[in-house]
Design a protein around this ligand. Sequence first.
Ligand code: MN
Length: 298
Amino acid sequence: MIEFRGGAPTRHRFAIIGFPWDFGASLGRPGARHGPEEIRRSAAWNLNRIRQDRVWDVEGGRIVDLSAVEISDRGDVPISAHDTEATFGRVQAQVAEALAEQQLPIVLGGDHSISLPPIRALAAVRERVGIVQLDAHLDLVDFDPRQGSFSQSSQIRRALELPQMDARRLIQVGLRGLNYPEMHDFCRAQGITQLTAAEALDAGAEAVAERCLTVAGADGAAIYLTLDIDALDPASAPGAGAHEHGGLTPRFVSALIRRLAPTVEAFDIAEVNPLFDVHGMTANLASKLIWDLILARV
Ligand SMILES: [Mn+2]
């Protein structure tokens, strides 16, 4: 649907992988399973602005030649609702295949638990990984009797356990709201870098991007970028699994993604929830940010 082929050299290859999974939305709102469909619909609209393989990237201030770009939509990964590990395994295999074909995986969630298999896939082929997490929340729960260990609140905690990962290469941007006091101590002890939404907005996208590249990319690590749409303020992203006010702006996240895009090796966007969206504006925002990522790499 958003497929576009121009006969591309490797650097400009992208794989869209839908992961319509919201069984990890144990405390947030279910409905993110409809995210991939709506994000694709919104992203495809922009294809009509392409003329003879060229498009005007208005914010980037240039005409981009897309003849060297290949976007391959691998469709949605089949879900086995009763079997998290089997489903996650399929996603990991899809992402591994994309990486092997030198495509940048763009995984469309799904609740935020969807990040774990693509992070595993990247870790499997790289000696070290680092994570840039744009999120209102920490997602560092080890175990919760209601949520278990693989929910939308635990995927980053599970990722920290990978031998290729080190908590000192995790940077979380956009944090806010209230959280468990023991989490405060855990984050400090682990050496996780954290920027609240207010700190990030005050510092500006350029400075935050530098920080992300330094922290997540330390020791030559491959950078995984995950965007929980609730990193953005609910005024801009009402179709989200949970709302925390005082969030990042579309302009800030767009600038940050454009700055990080050339360096990241895999990307996901999670928690877009069409059941709570307003006139598709959150899916539209997600598709805009995906185009930002693509255009900034070309
Ligand atoms: Mn999250």
